[in-house]
Ligand binder design. Structure first.
Ligand code: IPE
Ligand code: IPE
Ligand code: MG
Length: 283
């Protein structure tokens, strides 16, 4: 018997989603799923469309996936929407289109976020985004701040290496400030622990992702949450992001539940075969 209270909005899943949900173990659902939403350009290219159409269709996928996540009571969903490298290395026309799309997406979907009890948050170098984009982002976060269901975190202008460098700097500064007087450098460095760094990352308040999903088949992490995914399970699908739906999120969770997480240990010993019941010999 499960001791977990079933999500109250399961009846809102489609029949296909429900069929997969029924195969899941409610006690072993991931708490945090992070998704590298890749393949918008290829999706468009396959249809002889410009890349922009792929991004537009990708924004539709975001909403479908967020709503399914909220219906199964997933506490944390983090989506890699725009990397630091995308900002630096893509043409200005594409970057400014993505910025406009982000604003349109937020303005158009805040009501649905509220209907689904979803709270919006962000990680990344947000301060380097255009002012009007930051304002819309802040507005969407404020409008959804009181929601208590899924926290949807959008990684925007995000790069994991920069995040780690910033976190180490902040952690050392904090340790230094907590001392009664100046410490020799060696002593300061010796005090730095994993916990100090974790607590200085953008994600300090979240559990680490249990599952990372990447769409479009690339077997790489592309500078996403490098610290936090140390022991995450990785699921790569060939499907392009604009074709990804809640059903595929549930399929990824089903695959995740078939994995054995070991965290460097030896895992569960193979189950001993149940002893044969004693035969009652015929008298
Ligand atoms: C992912 O799709 C969206 C962003 C990185 C902003 P891509 O734009 O990377 O699409 P592909 O990988 O070129 O197909
Ligand atoms: C990763 O996709 C970044 C996002 C999904 C936002 P990219 O398309 O930028 O990754 P690479 O360049 O193929 O590694
Ligand atoms: Mg890509």
């Amino acid at each position: 018997m499960s001791t977990v209270t079933p999500p109250s909005r399961l009846h809102e899943l489609s029949a296909d989603e429900m069929a997969i949900y029924r195969q899941l173990d409610p006690e072993q659902l991931p708490k945090h799923i992070a998704i590298i939403m890749d393949g918008n350009g290829r999706w468009a290219g396959q249809r002889r469309l410009q890349r922009f159409f792929g991004h537009q269709q990708g924004a539709e996928s975001v909403q479908y996936v967020v709503e399914t996540a909220s219906r199964i009571d997933l506490p944390w969903l983090t989506l890699y929407a725009f990397s630091l490298e995308n900002n630096l290395r893509r043409p200005e026309t594409e970057v400014s289109f993505l910025m406009r799309l982000l604003r349109t997406y937020l303005v158009g979907n805040v009501k649905r976020m509220n209907d689904n009890n979803v709270r919006i948050a962000y990680i990344g170098r947000i301060k380097d985004l255009p002012q009007e984009v930051q304002e819309t982002m802040q507005w969407a976060a404020d409008q959804t701040a009181r929601n208590t269901g899924t926290t949807l975190t959008l990684a925007l202008n995000y790069g994991a290496r920069v995040e780690i460098v910033d976190a180490v700097r902040d952690a050392l500064a904090k340790i230094a400030a907590e001392q009664s007087g100046p410490l020799p450098l060696q002593e300061l460095l010796a005090k730095l622990s994993e916990q100090h760094v974790s607590q200085a990352l953008y994600t300090a308040h979240m559990p680490d992702p249990d599952l990372v999903i990447r769409t479009s088949g690339e077997m790489r992490i592309s500078n996403f949450l490098l610290w936090q995914i140390a022991y995450a399970e990785i699921y790569v699908t060939e499907r392009f992001w604009p074709d990804f739906r809640g059903l595929h999120l549930l399929q990824a969770i089903r695959e995740y539940q078939c994995r054995e997480r070991r965290f460097g240990g030896l895992g569960n010993p193979p189950k001993a075969k149940p002893a044969e019941p004693e035969r009652v010999l015929a008298q």
